[in-house]
Write a protein that binds this ligand. Structure first.
Ligand SMILES: NC(=O)c1ccc[n+]([C@@H]2O[C@H](COP(=O)([O-])OP(=O)(O)OC[C@H]3O[C@@H](n4cnc5c(N)ncnc54)[C@H](O)[C@@H]3O)[C@@H](O)[C@H]2O)c1
Length: 347
């Protein structure tokens, strides 16, 4: 029996035992997609989400869902006590990197304090392993393509929050034996992505703007470089982390990169197929890393990760999905600091 067959056997046994997997952020892009995947694979799935950044309609009916804010640690403990999860995928966060300097408290509460509440519950209720989604943001400007070993020098509060939780997980393992794995994704796209938040998810923002006959907005000259990957290629590698590679960190995402101008033009092309005629406008430049993409050799070698994203097809799928969704208000946030706020974010 080779190692892959051995793993499949272990996973099959896990399913027979109806292992329970708790997913935080179950209404979000990663949480909604991974919940469905695990349910189809035969796992029990418990979901937690406060619906601050995701939608209840995205959650599969088979999920044992708890509408809980992770800041409310008594409620978090209650869910863990009631459902006794074997594994936890901690996806919940507010991932608005460029906005994070203006919402420091909100950022650290949702991305650090909430994570501490989840880690506490994992230790206190005997969870076997926690899988945490960090971010490429931990590398800061760095030296792309980022390898996992590169120094982590985050340049914004969002990246700092992710890095803090990474370090906290290492300590929790040393102190309490809590197993963990860390994934650092970047620029994930797909259905169930929140396209109604004006501060994050650039492809989603452009799809919403197209559908509302608004111009597609680009910060600065659009020469920034990003690599977009479809969420569907993450499912199997995510599942494998339940059992394999405790204490390891993996970059995950697409190798093919795009300038922001190229990606916007692709959205325009697909939008026209759906009967929209958006223009593109350039706004003032914002503080952001210009060129950001990662090396995925480790995930390919150890997790059989294979990204086969066809961005045009993914955008098409997202338009089809978005057109079937109810109208949502665009999310505006209360800023904690307005000094140096970009004009396009002023209310
Ligand atoms: N999507 C990406 O491109 C990307 C890239 C790098 C890292 N990540 C990380 O992956 C994870 C999932 O990302 P996503 O794209 O699915 O995000 P998402 O915003 O679609 O989903 C996050 C979910 O967490 C929930 N949530 C937020 N704060 C909460 C709280 N206090 N209590 C309970 N629920 C709360 C939101 O309501 C939302 O449904 C995040 O941790 C994010 O930082 C995502």
């Amino acid at each position: 029996m080779n190692s892959r067959e051995y793993l499949d056997t272990i996973l099959a046994k896990e399913i027979q035992n109806m292992k329970t997997v708790l997913i935080t952020g179950a209404a979000g892009l990663l949480g909604a997609n991974f919940s469905k995947y695990l349910l189809d694979e035969g796992y029990n799935v418990v979901g937690i989400d406060d619906l601050s950044g995701g939608f209840k309609s995205s959650i599969d009916d088979r999920v044992d869902f708890y509408e809980v804010d992770l800041k409310d640690y008594d409620d978090v403990d209650r869910v863990f006590k009631t459902t006794s999860p074997d594994y936890v995928y901690h996806f919940a966060a507010y991932a608005a990197e460029g906005l994070s300097p203006y919402i420091r408290r909100y950022n650290y509460m949702n991305n650090v304090v909430c994570s501490a509440n989840v880690v506490n519950a994992c230790v206190n209720f005997g969870v076997e392993k926690i899988i945490f989604t960090s971010s490429m943001a931990v590398y800061g400007e760095g030296n792309p393509p980022y390898t996992e070993e590169q120094p982590q020098i985050p340049e914004d509060p969002y990246g700092i929050a992710k890095y803090a939780v990474e370090m906290d997980l290492k300590l929790a393992k040393e102190h309490f034996g809590l197993d963990y794995a860390i994934v650092r994704p970047h620029n994930v796209v797909g259905t169930y992505q929140n396209i109604w938040d004006r501060y994050r998810n650039v492809i989603g923002i452009w799809i919403r703007q197209s559908m509302r006959n608004e111009p597609l907005t680009i910060f600065g000259d659009g020469t920034q470089i990003r690599a977009f990957s479809d969420i569907k290629f993450y499912m199997e590698p995510f599942k494998r982390l339940m059992i394999e590679y405790p204490g390891e960190t993996f970059n995950i995402g697409a190798d093919k990169d795009w300038t922001i101008n190229e990606a916007a033009n692709l959205v325009v092309k697909v939008a026209r197929e759906f009967g929209y005629e958006p223009n593109i406008i350039h706004l003032e430049k914002r503080k952001e890393v210009h060129t950001a993409y990662s090396d995925h050799t480790k995930a390919k070698e150890l997790l059989d990760f294979y990204d086969d994203t066809n961005l045009e097809d993914t955008i098409r799928e997202m338009f089809t999905w978005a057109e079937a969704q109810p109208v949502h208000d665009v999310k505006y946030i209360d800023y904690e600091i307005e000094k140096n706020l970009y004009t396009f974010w002023k209310k």
